[in-house]
Each structure stands twice: as structure tokens, then as C-alpha cells.
Design a protein around this ligand. Structure first.
Ligand SMILES: [Fe+2]
Length: 389
């Protein structure tokens, strides 16, 4: 039986309204003389690039061609520019897409490997250099996680690269940057953060996972430090999620959600994601629905499936959400509904006859199946999908 676990986090997290103003000091501290800024046209239009340029004391090159769901081809294009410019610090500003693009760009430049060859677990061969991530949405937690989700240009499938080398050196989390985040994206991102915390909290115990020769696992399974991240994240989401969705300029709510998202990133990138994310990936790939929508659809029924194996933890989630021990699932359903998120697979264009294929695809994600605290087979996944249809 495994008797040890590891905990991972960024070396530095700068948090709070106005944190963006510290990017100049952060980059100097990393010894930067040449900074590559990776972002997208929307952020550029909002004046964020200008703000960063005004406080950086280094030479600056801007790559503002970040796109939604970046592909391995996009990584190759960005890496070509990075090779030419040869930065010593890379700064990513945006949602998960820009941060993940920057992560795999840094890995590509530092390793000399093809981006597609680094998808999957532990395929990044070494440190990726100085990367500073600055999120403008509150959800993916990419600023704190070891994950980069990239679309493989050869297969058209979204795949995660998971490597502890992909955790940024510094996360600068400035809730003011999320004030302009649209309502739907705020809801999508928030339910993703909640899914990270709940999946990490309900993941199988670290002791049940098998050791390997390297001692490095994609996910550690549930452990005490992961619990701290999850518990605080769930509490914050209970307090701030709906306010952030419906009162976009409420900085207190935005701050609560920004912190929750980072904590969710730390929770899942330590303890793991499991059945919810495993089901959300094929739903998103098949119907081109958002990652958050798929998670929100799957989350309550997966929680119901885990009632037998994780009753105590589900009760604790209820308490963290401010409801009775047996009302955690109903509360998640309420939050989803009041945030105007899709509730059923049919709401994102799903067809009942697709469900067996979705279940089969999810079941093939073995590392995620291994994180489930209850033994699961394809029929179980199909039942969860049918209940979520
Ligand atoms: Fe996620």
C-alpha cells in the first residue's frame, strides 16, 4: 500500500485587486531582460497589453494571436516566434486557452520536442523556464495547475498535457481583470472551478493508488493539503458564485471567485479529477459545448453515484455549501440552474443514441477512472449519462 503523498504548488502566488501592477517587479525578480507576452486580441483591445508594457522594464514582444481552444499548430506558430525572440520570461494573460498555449509553447521551446509529443502524462522532459500566468477568468485554475489542454491538430481531439513542469513559476491573480468577463463565461468558469474542488475532494485516497518507479503520478489521489484547497474553494463558491454571475461589477464576489478558481486548480492538480471531467470531455468534443457546461451537466449525477463510497465527504460538501448534510447534490443543481447553465445533455444538443459512445470514450480515460473512489464500469457511466440526459 502507498504510504506517502506529494503536494505541489507554484513557488509564488500574487493575489488581490491591483496585483497586475506588480508584473514589472515579478519579471525583474525572475531576472528577465526579454519578455514574451502571450495573449489574444480581446485582451489587447481591453488595454491590458498597454498596462503591462507600461510597468515592464524589459524588452517586450507581444504575441496577441491567442485563440479559443488552441491547437498544436498554434503552439508551433507561437514557439517559432519565441525561438526567434529568445525571451527569458514568458507572461501569459487570458483565460485557460492563452495560459495553456503559453505553457506548451514554453515546453516546446525548452525541450525542442514537437507539441503533440508532449500531450498525455509526464511527457514534458524538464523545466520549461520562467512562466508567469495571469488569469482573466475565474475557472480553469491553469495559473496554478500542471495541466494544459490543447487540441491535437492531427486528430481534432482536445487532450491534456499533464506535467509538474507545466506549473507556472508565478501566478498573478488580479480579480479586477475578471470584471469584464461576460456572464456566460463567468458561469461556465465558476462551475468548472466547483467541479475541480469537488472532484479533488471526492477522489480516491492517495493510499489506494499504485506507486511507480518515478514516484511521480499524474494525480496523487486525495490528501490532506488537497482537502484544504477544496474546502476553501467550495466555501468561496457558495458565497460568491451567483453574485459574480449576476452582479458583474461586484469586486468582492469577483475576488472570491478568483481565489476559488486558483484553489480549485491547486486542488485538482494535486488530488485529481475523475468521472465528471471524464464525461465532460466527450460531451464537449461531440457537441462543441463548453468545458464548464459539460462539467455542470455531469457533476450532480456523479455525486449521486458516489453516495455509497463517499457519504461522509458528500455531507461535508453540503456543510461547506451551507446546506444540510444530505442536500449537497440539490444545492449544486440549484447553483447550476440559477447561473443559467445547461442542465441536461439534451440542452447542449445531445442525442440519446449518442450516450453509449460517450460512455465508451469516457471509460477509455483510464487515469481518470482510476481516481474514482468507487469501482466503475462502462454501464455505470452510461447510467450517469442517462440520468443527466
Ligand atoms: Fe476543468
Amino acid at each position: 500500500m502507498r504510504t506517502t503523498w506529494s503536494s505541489y504548488s507554484n513557488p509564488r502566488l500574487v493575489f488581490g485587486p491591483g496585483a497586475l501592477n506588480q508584473v514589472g517587479q515579478v519579471v525583474s525578480r525572475l531576472g528577465g531582460a526579454r519578455t514574451l507576452l502571450i495573449t489574444d486580441p480581446i485582451m489587447e483591445g481591453l488595454g491590458v497589453v498597454e498596462r503591462v508594457a507600461s510597468v515592464l522594464k524589459t524588452e517586450l514582444k507581444v504575441y496577441a494571436k491567442g485563440e479559443i481552444e488552441p491547437s498544436t499548430d498554434a503552439v508551433s506558430r507561437c514557439a517559432a516566434l519565441a525561438r526567434e525572440f529568445n525571451p527569458d520570461v514568458t507572461v501569459a494573460i487570458g483565460g485557460g486557452s492563452n495560459m495553456d498555449l503559453a505553457k506548451l509553447t514554453c515546453a516546446t521551446v525548452s525541450s525542442g520536442k514537437e507539441p503533440a509529443s508532449m500531450l498525455g502524462f509526464d511527457a514534458v522532459p524538464g523545466p520549461i523556464g520562467n512562466l508567469v500566468c495571469i488569469p482573466t477568468t475565474a475557472g480553469t485554475g491553469s495559473e496554478a495547475s500542471h495541466s494544459a489542454v490543447i487540441c491535437n491538430s492531427d486528430t481534432g481531439m482536445k487532450v491534456a498535457a499533464l506535467s509538474h513542469y507545466l506549473r507556472p513559476q508565478v501566478a498573478i491573480v488580479d480579480p479586477e481583470l475578471t470584471l469584464s468577463c461576460p456572464k456566460k463565461l463567468t458561469a461556465d468558469s465558476g462551475i468548472d472551478a466547483l467541479s475541480h474542488a469537488i472532484e479533488g475532494y471526492l477522489a480516491t485516497d492517495f493510499s489506494t493508488l499504485e506507486t511507480n518507479d518515478s514516484g511521480i503520478l499524474a494525480y496523487e489521489g486525495n490528501h490532506p493539503i488537497g482537502d484544504l484547497y477544496s474546502e476553501k474553494c467550495i466555501r468561496l463558491i457558495s458565497e460568491h458564485f451567483l453574485k459574480a454571475v449576476h452582479e458583474p461589477s461586484n469586486i468582492e464576489a469577483r475576488s472570491g471567485m478568483a481565489l476559488a478558481a486558483t484553489l480549485g486548480g491547486l486542488a485538482f492538480s494535486n488530488c485529481g479529477v475523475a468521472l465528471v471531467h471524464a464525461l465532460a470531455y466527450p460531451i464537449g468534443n461531440r457537441y462543441k459545448s463548453s468545458h464548464g457546461a459539460g462539467n455542470g451537466i455531469a457533476l450532480p449525477e456523479v455525486m449521486r453515484f458516489l453516495k455509497g463510497s463517499r457519504a461522509e465527504r458528500l455531507a461535508r460538501i453540503g456543510a461547506l455549501l451551507g446546506v444540510d448534510a444530505d442536500a449537497a447534490i440539490e444545492e449544486v443543481i440549484r447553483l447550476r440552474k440559477e447561473a443559467d447553465l445547461p442542465e441536461r445533455i439534451a440542452d447542449v444538443g445531445g442525442r440519446r443514441e449518442d450516450l453509449p459512445e460517450l460512455a465508451a470514450t469516457a471509460f477509455k480515460l483510464e487515469p481518470l477512472m482510476a481516481l474514482s473512489p468507487a469501482k466503475v464500469d462502462e454501464q455505470d457511466l452510461l447510467a450517469i449519462l442517462e440520468a443527466s440526459f
